[in-house]
Design a protein around this ligand. Structure first.
Ligand SMILES: NC(=O)c1ccc[n+]([C@@H]2O[C@H](COP(=O)([O-])OP(=O)(O)OC[C@H]3O[C@@H](n4cnc5c(N)ncnc54)[C@H](OP(=O)(O)O)[C@@H]3O)[C@@H](O)[C@H]2O)c1
Length: 264
C-alpha cells in the first residue's frame, strides 16, 4: 500500500520493529506500537513522537490472543487501520548443550518459539483481517525470514515457524485480494538487532535495521507478495539447497548454530 497513514506494529520495542516505527514516523501518521518491554517501547514511542507522529504505545503480549484483538480493535475504533505488521518474534537454536544426552532443542524452547512466531502471528493477523474486511481495504505484513526457505540444523523450530507463516501468508494473499486487502510476507536475511547481537558467528551481508526498514516499506508500497532481501544471500541459499541431499546434509552439519533461547 502506498502512503499508509495508520500503522500497527507488534514487536515495536526493538530491532526491526523499532526501525519500521521510526521509518514511518512523521506528521500526519498515527502509529499503534506494541511490545512487552514498557521501557524500551516508551523510548521508541518518544523517538517517533519527536519525528512528528501521533503514537499510541501499548504493552501487549502476542501470545495473548484476546489482548492482541482488543489492541487492534481499539486502534481501529476512531480511524481506519491501513497497515498491520505482525513482526514480533523470538529465536533460539541448538547451540551449546548442557549434556550430550539432552535433546538438541529443548521442548520448552520449541513450544515458546511456536507460541510467539506462529501463534502470535496468526492471532495478530486474524483480528487485522476482520477489521480490514469491515473497512474494505488495508494491508497485512507478516514477518518471516530467509531461514524459512530451508530447515537449518542450528535453529529447527525457528526455521519451521518462519516457514509456516510465510506459506500461510502467501496462501491468504490470494483470497483477500478481492476484498481490497493486500498481504505480504517479509523474508529478511541477517539484520542487526538484539536478536542477531546474540549470535557469535559471522553473519553474511548483515545490514542495519534502518536499511531493512527502507527495503520493507518499498516492498509494501509496491504490494509485493514476498519481500526477500538481501538477494545475494537468497540466491546463495537457493544454490545451496539445489545440491544433492547427502552433500547438503554434510554442509548443514558444519554450519554454526544459534544459541538456545534464554528464559525471560
Ligand atoms: N534480525 C534478523 O536478522 C531477522 C531476520 C529475519 C527475520 N527476523 C524477524 O524479525 C522480527 C523482529 O526481530 P528483531 O531482529 O527485530 O529482534 P528483536 O530486536 O529481538 O525484536 C523482537 C521484538 O519482538 C517482541 N516480542 C517478542 N516476544 C513477544 C511477545 N510474546 N509479545 C509481544 N512482543 C514480543 C520483542 O518485544 P519485547 O522485547 O518488548 O518483548 C521485540 O520488540 C522477528 O520476527 C524475527 O524473527 C529477524
Amino acid at each position: 500500500m502506498r502512503d499508509p497513514r495508520h500503522i500497527a506494529i507488534t514487536g515495536a520495542s526493538s530491532g526491526i520493529g523499532a526501525a519500521l516505527a521510526a521509518h514511518y514516523a512523521r506528521p500526519g501518521i498515527r502509529l499503534a506500537l506494541a511490545g512487552r518491554s514498557e521501557t524500551a517501547l516508551a523510548a521508541v514511542a518518544a523517538d517517533c513522537r519527536a519525528r512528528g507522529a501521533d503514537v499510541v504505545a501499548s504493552r501487549v503480549d502476542v501470545t495473548d490472543a484476546a489482548s492482541i484483538a482488543a489492541w487492534l480493535e481499539s486502534a481501529a475504533a476512531d480511524r481506519p487501520l491501513d497497515l498491520v505488521i505482525a513482526n514480533a518474534g523470538i529465536s533460539g537454536g541448538t547451540g551449546p548443550q548442557v549434556a550430550p544426552t539432552d535433546l538438541r532443542e529443548p521442548p520448552e524452547q520449541a513450544a515458546a518459539i511456536l507460541a510467539v512466531n506462529v501463534g502470535g502471528v496468526v492471532d495478530t493477523v486474524h483480528p487485522a483481517l476482520r477489521i480490514m474486511l469491515r473497512q474494505g481495504r488495508g494491508q497485512v505484513a507478516i514477518m518471516s525470514s530467509i531461514a524459512s526457505f530451508r530447515g537449518f540444523a542450528g535453529a529447527p523450530s525457528y526455521c519451521a515457524s518462519k516457514a509456516m507463516v510465510r506459506v500461510w501468508g502467501e496462501a491468504l494473499r490470494v483470497d483477500y485480494a478481492p476484498h481490497g486487502i493486500e498481504i505480504a510476507v517479509i523474508c529478511p536475511g541477517y539484520v542487526k538487532s538484539p536478536m542477531t547481537d546474540a549470535n557469535d558467528f559471522p553473519m553474511p551481508f548483515l545490514m542495519p535495521a534502518a536499511r531493512a526498514a527502507r527495503i520493507i516499506s518499498r516492498g509494501l508500497a509496491a504490494n509485493r507478495a514476498r519481500i526477500v532481501f538481501p538477494l545475494r544471500l537468497y540466491w546463495l541459499l537457493r544454490v545451496l539447497t539445489a545440491l544433492p541431499e547427502p552433500l547438503l546434509d554434510r554442509i548443514m552439519a558444519r554450519l554454526p548454530r544459534k544459541r538456545g533461547l534464554r528464559p525471560r
